[in-house]
Design a protein around this ligand. Structure first.
Ligand code: NAD
Length: 491
């Protein structure tokens, strides 16, 4: 309890720190007495507890979302927009507190956490406005004396299951789209980072979003997901997380035949052409790899550099990487915080060991300098080959692997040699090469000469085992809309 009070004392508005589920506009205890501690990954200390709801409480949350749906969908689009904009404004107003909560539960440096609050809020604003543009169509009639067209209608209740690496933005990117469409939502955040979700609920309530529209259910993940996927009244499941769990949810949703959107893992190639300045490309690659300590589905995992500039590139990369600071995200001037937990550190170490045992060279990455047991120092491997785990698996850690390539055809083959297909980076100024790679890369998103690629106006999502569907952009709201065709005959 002492530490819990400490977290509250760090906030200007201590009421943003909630330790209950939020169902039907009420803060809810678990009735079975089960609870889970939440830890600060930087220190390993418990910062609070959350209850695990019982199965009947999850079903009651579905009842509440179902009851609220009738009212919420009946509001005019501009009325829903106003409430969502009020929510957006509150997120901005409480940015510092939301960032502090995020850094404490997730570990990312405070400036990154502030950036995520801004990013998360920007989706609320985008979808608030998009909700006013869910136009149907008028269809030229092939039936005599008839008028044909389509209406867009909210699908119903949406279950949103989210990961710990972006504890706030992964929720708003889904929830704002669903709520703007007229759906009600049940959010199941990752157990590692529930407090950002609960702060969002507190602010949703203050924004005038009615009880039952935005719910946060907490519990044993497999148990909660099983109920939500099987429930016929839940019409859409949107999941961001690992491919393993995504497959499971797809299977569990089959019996009740519902919409499933999956934003899964990535294993991004970062391709550097022979015409590039090696220093410029190396600095960009460092930025694309070490964001959120490498725990980012867009992280540049496999850095593929033309053989003619490989050695120079590696030198600049190592130099830039050496300047990164590692430490508690609450302190100033920190580039990388801790990993989410000890298992993530062990996984990263195993991936590095596997690479070295198969012939890779460890250029830099001294783990004896780690400031605590959940930290992993930025690591650079060269001579990475497809047999190595660092090539095959999403390492979700600050481990960068570099491989030299000969020509464009070889690098295309290398880049596509993965089950994943989320994002790819290309660095070259040769327009022919850009076009060739853009067409040949089997990825949902390709960013050319830019590390930054995401945001509300663009579609986010992957192909192959990286997922189904797109979030954001002008099509993001479609995941939560049905198309109803009408034929008005005998006119
Ligand atoms: P995870 O799949 O372990 O967990 C995600 C969510 O699923 C959490 O809410 C978790 O509690 C829940 N969950 C865990 N086990 C479950 C089970 N057996 N049944 C039902 N639900 C279960 O993933 P994670 O470790 O939290 O996040 C990391 C993964 O997320 C990475 O693979 C990363 O690439 C991916 N990710 C993808 C995107 C994207 O947009 N494509 C964004 C962020 C993260």
């Amino acid at each position: 309890m002492k530490l819990t009070r400490t977290l509250s004392t760090l906030l200007d508005d201590p009421r943003l720190f909630r330790q209950h589920a939020y169902v039907n506009g009420k803060w809810t205890h678990g009735e079975g007495g089960r609870e889970e501690a939440v830890f600060d990954p930087a220190t390993g200390e418990a910062i609070g507890h959350i209850p695990w709801l019982e199965a009947h409480q999850i079903r009651e949350a579905v009842d509440a979302a179902d009851a609220a749906f009738a009212h919420w969908r009946a509001l005019r689009a501009d009325e829903r927009c106003e409430r969502l904009l009020a929510w957006h404004d509150l997120l901005q107003e409480h940015r510092e507190d939301l960032a502090t909560i995020m850094t404490l539960e997730q570990g990312k440096p405070l400036p990154d956490a502030r950036g995520e609050v801004e990013y998360g809020a920007s989706f609320v604003r985008w979808f608030a406005e998009e909700g006013k543009r869910t136009f149907g169509e008028t269809i030229p009639s092939h039936i005599p004396n008839a008028a044909l067209g389509t209406l867009k209608e909210p699908v119903g209740i949406a279950a949103l299951i989210t990961p710990w690496n972006f504890p706030l933005a992964m929720i708003t990117r889904k929830a704002a789209a669903a709520m703007a469409a007229g759906c009600t939502v049940l959010v199941k955040p990752a157990g590692e980072t529930p407090f950002s979700a609960l702060a969002l609920a507190e602010l949703a309530e203050r924004a005038g979003i009615p009880g039952g529209v935005f719910n946060v259910v907490l519990g044993e993940p497999a148990e909660v997901s099983k109920i939500l996927c099987a429930e016929e009244r839940v019409k859409a499941v949107s999941f961001t997380g690992s491919t393993r769990v995504g497959r499971l949810l797809l299977e569990q949703s089959a019996q009740s035949v519902k919409r499933v959107s999956l934003e899964l893992g990535g294993n991004a190639p970062f391709i550097v052409g022979p015409d590039m300045d090696p220093k410029e490309a190396a600095f960009a690659a460092v930025a694309a790899k070490f964001q959120t300590a490498g725990q980012d589905c867009l992280a540049a995992n496999r850095i593929l550099v033309h053989e003619s500039i490989h050695d120079e590139f590696v030198e600049h990369f190592a130099e830039r990487m050496a300047a990164l600071t590692v430490g508690n995200g609450l302190e100033s001037e920190i580039d990388l915080g801790p990993l989410i937990h000890r298992q993530a550190v062990d996984k990263a170490a195993a991936i590095v060991d596997d690479a070295i045992s198969r012939g890779a060279t460890l250029v830099a990455g001294d783990q004896t300098r780690a400031p605590g047991e959940n930290y992993f120092m930025p690591t650079l491997l060269t001579g990475v080959t497809p047999e190595m785990k660092v090539w095959r698996e999403e390492n979700f850690a600050p481990v960068a692997g570099v491989t030299a390539y000969r020509d464009d055809d070889q690098v295309i083959e290398m880049a596509n040699d993965t089950e994943y297909g989320l994002a790819a980076y290309v660095y070259t100024h040769d327009i022919r090469r850009i076009w060739k790679l853009l067409r040949a890369l089997e990825y949902g998103m390709v960013s050319v000469n830019s590390v930054k690629m995401t945001g509300p106006p663009v579609p986010f999502g992957g192909v192959k085992q990286s997922g189904l569907g797109r979030e954001g952009g002008i099509t993001g709201i479609d995941e939560y809309l049905e198309t109803k065709y009408y034929c008005l005959g005998a006119l």
